[in-house]
Write a protein of this length. Sequence first.
Length: 213
Amino acid sequence: MPQRAVRAILFDLDGTMVDSTASVERNWRRLSERVGIGWDVIGPWIHGIPVRQVLARLAPDMSPEEIEEHHQFMVEAESTDTGDVVPLPGALRALDQLPTSRWAIVTSGGRRLATARMRAAGLPQPRHLVTADDVDTGKPAPDPYLAGARAVGQPPQSCLAFEDAPAGIASAQAAGVPVVGIRTTHRDLDQPSVGSLAEVEFSADRMGVVVTW
């Protein structure tokens, strides 16, 4: 079994720690209708990339004011639609095995959305949380994972990321953070991966974390 000794763990949230797929798809479909972009066009972009970046790419003629209006619509819609958000297998056990100083959540959602989904899934609020509100450019840019490494006080190469989406994997790699894929929202990640965190063991001491999968 592969094993790696690292200083800290950086977890993506949606698709890695919590299953929010139903809420994500419901509300992105609402946004698709709202902005007049077909689901076949917008659907491939809904996992792991902030709303503002998706709209800027798919609707280049949309004004910054319009993009912000649609972003706020999604913040409200997704943050209040958490009735079927649940923890993914192994997520709670993983956090039980790790000191709070040794892990962070690095998510493409904003702080309000991330907090709402963690609360709905029964996950503890992390000591270190990096959201789209904390960086200038979200995944797949390296900014989120660089911020995550700073939050836990470790060099990027001394951390290990867990990610379910290609955009998140690209973000971690661009930041110099080694990454293990989680096959929930995407089956072929072209990356060493596991089905869920239930397949991963964490052993922590004062020096760091040994990860086995």
